[in-house]
Design a protein. Structure first.
Length: 350
């Protein structure tokens, strides 16, 4: 037990109850591992009643019991509440001759308990949690072998509870590791400024789509977008303003494109969108919506005059014979044509 502690203090009792709560044993269903221990205790000690019990704040609760037929009783009739204040085995040969228990309702009345022997269930930190106890309807004693067995079985109760506790901790650690791995994978695959897929992750997703098309999935469309004259924004307003424009443009893309469409930041002010199950014409309609939204949406809120930007867009179809390099090269050529023809426009594959 903890040293230099007043076992009657409220602080100590709160610590003991917290130790009990940490095992998460109260109000759990019956389990065969504990039931078997109770049966063996009853058999070895030749006792009609055997109980694994835990002393809660206002009750004693039975994890497993034989011969009582209840799962808990009030604390004021508990013999075990006294037993947890004693180290090792606590034995009452005749309850009627012990002034602490002679007037106990379970002694003076039904079921007329006369004998009690309890082995302490103690936490790893030394807090008494409850007992493994046996009871009888007649005064008696335990033999040395029975005493040893009762204590050994109590040790098994705590060993099993420690194992359950370790399994819960391990399961929680595994959940935390999975969550951490998920976050690491997410960070490795996303652009930190926009939260979009980065170039590497988008290439992986594009390869997956091409593989699906080779197995019969419908064609898709690929779109490359470059923000026109973006360097001027950085040079005149600063890189923080440039980042704000990138973030705002990302928000507009999320408004325009479908939830199924895959949006990525290709690098700098260049974006890439894959539109599964979409034709070039359907992708072109989406690009036109984006052009219109850019024309009416200020990209910075704190400037004296609204800042609008335009974008050049290239669109090509994805077919099952494509590979990643071919797809990107064709789309990039279309984007270059859009820039060559005056920017702020979309050029599609014929």
């Amino acid at each position: 037990m903890p040293d230099n502690t007043d076992f009657c203090s409220a602080e100590y009792e709160n610590q003991r109850l917290q130790a009990l709560a940490d095992y998460q044993i109260l109000d759990t269903p019956e389990e065969s591992a504990f039931g078997d221990i109770v049966e063996v205790a009853s058999l070895i000690c030749e006792a009609p009643i055997a109980v694994i019990n835990f002393i809660d704040r206002n009750r004693q609760w039975f994890k497993s019991e034989k011969g009582l037929g209840v799962r808990e009783t009030p604390l004021d009739v508990s013999i075990c509440a006294h037993a947890i204040l004693q180290p090792g085995l606590f034995i009452v040969p005749d309850t009627t001759r012990d002034p602490r228990f002679a007037n106990n309702p379970l002694v003076a009345g039904e079921p007329h308990l006369r004998f009690y022997a309890g082995a302490l269930l103690e936490s790893r930190d030394g807090y008494p949690l409850g007992t493994l106890c046996v009871l009888d309807y007649r005064p008696r004693e335990l033999t040395e072998r029975q005493r040893f067995a009762l204590q050994a079985l109590a040790n098994q109760v705590m060993a099993h509870m420690e194992l359950m506790h370790a399994h819960r901790e391990q399961a929680e650690l595994i959940r935390e590791l999975k969550a951490t791995r998920h976050e690491l994978a997410k960070h490795a695959a996303t652009d930190p400024l926009t939260g979009l897929l980065n170039r590497r992750a988008f290439e992986q997703r594009l390869n997956q789509e091409l593989a699906l098309m080779q197995r019969g999935a419908p064609p898709a469309a690929l779109m490359l977008i470059d923000l026109d004259h973006f360097k001027t924004v950085n040079d005149t307003l600063g890189h923080q303003a440039g980042d704000e424009v990138i973030v705002r443009f990302t928000e507009l893309c999320r408004e325009v494109f479908r939830q199924a469409d895959i949006i990525g930041r290709w690098g700098g002010e260049e974006f890439v969108i894959m539109l599964p199950r979409a034709s070039v014409a359907e992708a072109q309609h989406a690009a036109e919506r984006l052009h219109k939204l850019l024309a009416t949406t200020p990209m910075l809120d704190d400037t004296s005059s609204p800042l609008h930007i335009t974008a050049s867009i290239g669109i090509c179809s994805l077919i099952d014979s494509d590979n990643l390099d071919e797809c990107v090269h064709r789309t990039d050529e279309l984007l270059y044509q859009a820039k060559e023809h005056g920017r702020n426009r979309t050029v599609c594959e014929p």
